[in-house]
Design a protein around this ligand. Structure first.
Ligand SMILES: C[S@@+](CC[C@H](N)C(=O)[O-])C[C@H]1O[C@@H](n2cnc3c(N)ncnc32)[C@H](O)[C@@H]1O
Length: 196
């Protein structure tokens, strides 16, 4: 990894910004590297732009549209993208993911934002997909709590975990997709490839 990118990574970790876990990032980069047909990516949940920059760096022709709801995160992401000279291929949008509208069709849609909204994002962005488009969701294990109720200690976590489990079960049974769930990668990653 370039020094400047490592700096973005380390600064985010020091400031407790929830960038993707390192093994999850490795999984995503390996997935993109081995799927050369993926070029245009939509990301929901930019944070400071770390994952967007990593994805855009896989191949010179990749484009990333990335959406962030928090103005301070968005501003830092724009700075980081500019510093990496990637503003021509990474476009940052300050917007609630569920309100983001575009006519573009993406090869991969990476959902890494408000977990309670995952089902909503899936339906909202169906119109920006085609057969073969991959939806990739992180945080479906929610620190292992989704599969071990005893780890959830308060009401809001219980509700969140219930929503995530319900979404994960729904996705695995959704016949519009071929879905594989990688329990041990990142914080639980699902890769759902649209069939029709
Ligand atoms: C897990 S972080 C994203 C990390 C980033 N993908 C990375 O690995 O570098 C989730 C981000 O989603 C943002 N977020 C939360 N709700 C959102 C929403 N409704 N729309 C867009 N972004 C949202 C948060 O502000 C946060 O920055």
């Amino acid at each position: 990894m370039k020094d400047s990118l490592k700096m973005i990574h380390d600064t985010a970790r020091e400031n407790h910004i929830p960038i993707m876990k390192d093994d999850g990032m490795d999984f995503l980069i390996e997935y993109l590297t081995s799927h050369e047909n993926i070029r245009d990516i939509l990301e929901i949940g930019t944070a400071v732009g770390y994952s967007a920059i990593r994805m855009a760096s896989v191949r010179w022709d990749m484009t990333v549209d990335t959406v962030e709801v928090d103005p301070a995160m968005y501003a830092q992401a724009v700075k980081n993208v500019e510093a990496e000279s990637l503003s021509d291929r990474i476009h940052c949008y300050l917007c609630d993911g569920a309100q983001f509208e575009t006519d573009r069709i993406y090869d991969l849609i990476f959902i890494d934002a408000a977990k309670s909204q995952y089902r909503r994002y899936l339906e909202h962005f169906m119109k920006n997909s085609r057969p073969g488009t991959v939806f990739l969701f992180d945080n479906l294990a929610f620190h292992g709590i989704v599969d071990d109720n005893s780890l959830s200690h308060n009401r809001s976590t219980v509700q969140m975990v219930h929503k995530i489990r319900k979404f994960r079960d729904h996705l695995l049974q959704d016949e519009r997709f071929d879905t594989v769930y990688y329990e041990d990668s990142g914080d639980g990653i699902a890769v759902a490839c649209r069939r029709l």
